[in-house]
Design a protein around this ligand. Structure first.
Ligand SMILES: [Zn+2]
Length: 328
């Protein structure tokens, strides 16, 4: 096992994170598991941790754990610690220090500043009800550009509770960078002949918080080489890749496995009151997650045996290509 230090100290700066990435060799494979601390782990999140960890180990790489705690209203106190404890109990590799997105605000603001300098951002004060299909501004907001020469922190302060900051996907600079297709190691290639399907994504929310899209784009291009996650996030990979390319950051490989759903086709999660796995015996559930991922069953009696064999035998080509899959 490669489980090493598990201190909850997060890197304080981009350079610290970057140096951490390079310490393992610039070409080393690096996967990540990035839970939101909004409750206990359930079977669906165990599938995610198992897939990303096995894939990283199979590639001889490291496996980071990143806590996506950028949305305070969703955070459950103590949840991050409980998730980390559960990962340890299930033998999931945690390489290096755990990263907390809440400590990375400077990196996100730096990225926003860089985008402002490309003149591709505008302030949108539209209400949720008035937005086209709920997410795309079709009003005249695009004339409210975010100027690069006014300190960004000052602008964010002024916009808070009044306007969100969106990416102008009609700007020639953006069009130039737009991926025409996004390849995936599990799902079919996604083609994007028209950028309009992306709408005008929010990068900074009206309530003053960084958007999931921007934060994840920055962190997934900060040393991570392979993103393996649920297919509920498949649609976001094109917008993430666009932001990475606009910022001239490295783009990881993508792999989206099917999301575990219940008998009502509902994704397992807090909303569906999915059962906590924190007190369950680890090995049978790992075997079940392994089977869910279409992998050849592993005959073993210990967690160490399971993960050693998982590292050797992981075959991403065996993962079902559906976007959802019912648990049995
Ligand atoms: Zn608007």
């Amino acid at each position: 096992m490669q489980n090493s230090r598990r201190s909850a100290r997060a890197p304080n700066s981009l350079s610290e994170l970057s140096s951490k990435g390079s310490s393992s060799g610039s070409k080393a494979s690096l996967g990540r598991f990035a839970p939101t601390p909004s409750g206990d782990m359930h079977f669906g999140s165990l599938v995610a941790a198992t897939a990303s960890c096995a894939d990283a180990l199979n590639r001889g790489g490291e496996h980071w754990v990143r806590i996506d705690d950028i949305d305070p209203p969703r955070i459950v106190q103590g949840s991050a610690e409980r998730i980390v404890h559960a990962l340890e109990r299930f033998g999931v590799t945690i390489s290096g220090d755990i990263v907390f997105q809440s400590t990375r605000q400077n990196a996100y603001q730096d990225a926003l500043q860089q985008l402002a300098e490309l003149d591709v951002l505008f302030a949108c004060a539209c209400s949720r009800q008035s937005l086209f299909q709920g997410h795309s501004c079709q009003a005249g907001c695009k004339k409210n550009r975010i100027p690069p020469n006014v300190p960004l922190r000052q602008q964010l302060e002024q916009l808070k509770n009044h306007a969100a900051i969106r990416l102008d996907t009609t700007h020639p600079r953006v069009k130039q960078c737009a991926p025409l297709s996004v390849t995936d190691r599990i799902q079919p290639v996604q083609n994007f002949p028209d950028l309009a399907v992306l709408g005008t994504p929010v990068l900074w929310r009206k309530d003053g918080l960084v958007s999931y899209l921007l934060a994840t784009s920055i962190d997934d291009s900060n040393g991570v080489t392979d993103v393996v996650r649920g297919a509920d996030l498949l649609a976001g990979s094109s917008a993430q890749q666009l932001i990475m390319e606009l910022l001239m950051r490295p783009v990881p490989s993508w792999a989206h496995f099917p999301c575990a759903v219940d008998e009502h086709q509902q994704k397992l999660g807090k909303q569906t009151s999915a059962a906590s796995i924190h007190d369950a015996p680890p090995l049978p559930l790992l075997q079940k997650a392994w089977q869910f991922l279409g992998q050849t069953p592993i005959a073993c009696v210990t967690l160490t045996e399971f993960w050693n064999e998982a590292a050797d035998s992981w075959a991403i080509s065996n993962v079902p290509k559906e976007q959802t899959l019912k648990i049995t």
